[in-house]
Design a binder for this molecule. Sequence first.
Ligand code: NI
Length: 254
Amino acid sequence: MIYETHTHFDDASFDSDRDEAIQKAVSAGVSAFINVASSMSTSKSSMELAHKYPFFRSSVGVHPEECAALSESDMDILAGYAEDEAVVAIGEIGLDYYWDEPERDIQKKWFCRQIELARKVNLPLIIHSRDAAADTYDILVSEKAKDVGGIMHCYSYSSQMADKFLDLGFYIGVGGVVTFKNGKKLREVVEHIPMERIVVETDSPYMAPVPNRGKRNTSEYLPYIIKEIAAIKGLTPEEVESVTYNNAVKLFGK
Ligand code: NI
């Protein structure tokens, strides 16, 4: 049993074969999925997907690159969505200084505001953070994100930094990068942190693991990621599946 903690099956790249792609992932052993929102419109589509498939749950929230046009009324809409039974997290929210768009103050404002929302509705966070480790950490501390915890999705920082996020009660999301030739830094993080704080994710349709790198990614490829973690940790793939599954259940409550 595999718990996929980050996928985007509502993405248009699945429009022609969504059902089939989901069934293939189920056949590959995935039995629980978090479909992650990244905008106001995908908050809605993600939730609808979770209504259609009983083994799907959804997040709601707005990615830093999508936050320029946000307003307070959008926060009210998200708070309303968060009442839905299928909604188990706020995300993906955060900071992206790689693309650096919109300007950092705007990204920070809506990151803070959505953490506040998560605390109000008592749901964990799914964090997107790229080239912004220090500011992400500082905001998580100042906004008391420890109260709800969450996942550092697609983790790309150092082992030292990982320790600080673990201290805030966060899990480290490990995806396809762990299989990449240039994924050494993430493999070191996986070696360093306890198994009890790792969850697995694909971020599909992006970031396909080796041997499918460059193709459309799908949750069906999670076993490649699990196999790599197992090799690093000296465990069997079944052990990695079981621990990461339990970690996700602990965080999301189901
Ligand atoms: Ni994502």
